[in-house]
Write a protein that binds this ligand. Structure first.
Ligand code: CMP
Length: 143
């Protein structure tokens, strides 16, 4: 059964372009509730750990360098069918293939610098959320 949480990261290109506010506004208007959020800067080690599944891919070095190049904004989001709905909302990994009106179609420059991350499964969403946030940083758990 689908769970109702996903993990997103506003990537360093999103922060550098001054788009934190615009993208966060669109996320909220699309019906996703922010239950955890922080501004942080990944080291090469923490970026590599997050993308460990891609370690053998040819683009891994470039991905780690980019993700540690400046601050980023991870968030945990809640909505019914969060993982699938959020991936539809942000558009395809390659912005050239992203549907009109999606975040990547509107703001991303390339497959490497594609503005935003979205978990690809419920299992990965839970692992990725735990990578960035302790339980006490998740608002829903403080209610
Ligand atoms: P993301 O959804 O964060 O998950 C894995 C990331 O790897 C993906 O977004 C892209 O930014 C990056 N990626 C995937 N394919 C390539 C590629 N061919 N070259 C560079 N980066 C890539």
């Amino acid at each position: 059964m689908a769970t109702n949480r996903t993990l997103t990261i506003l990537k360093p290109d999103c922060v550098k372009k001054g788009l934190i506010g615009e993208v966060t506004k669109r996320i909220q208007e699309a019906g996703f509730k922010i239950v955890a959020m922080k501004l942080t800067r990944l080291t090469e080690a923490t970026a590599g750990g997050f993308y460990d599944v891609h370690r053998e891919r040819p683009f891994f070095g470039e991905l780690v360098e980019f993700m540690s190049s400046g601050p980023c904004v991870p968030m945990i989001l809640e909505k019914d069918n969060a993982v699938a709905d959020f991936r539809a909302f942000i558009g395809a990994t390659n912005p050239a293939e992203a549907d009109e009106g999606t975040i990547r179609a509107d703001f991303a420059d390339s497959v490497g610098e594609n503005i935003i991350h979205g978990s690809d499964s419920d299992e990965n969403a839970a692992m990725e959320a735990a990578y960035f946030f302790s339980q006490s940083e998740v608002v829903a758990n403080l209610d």
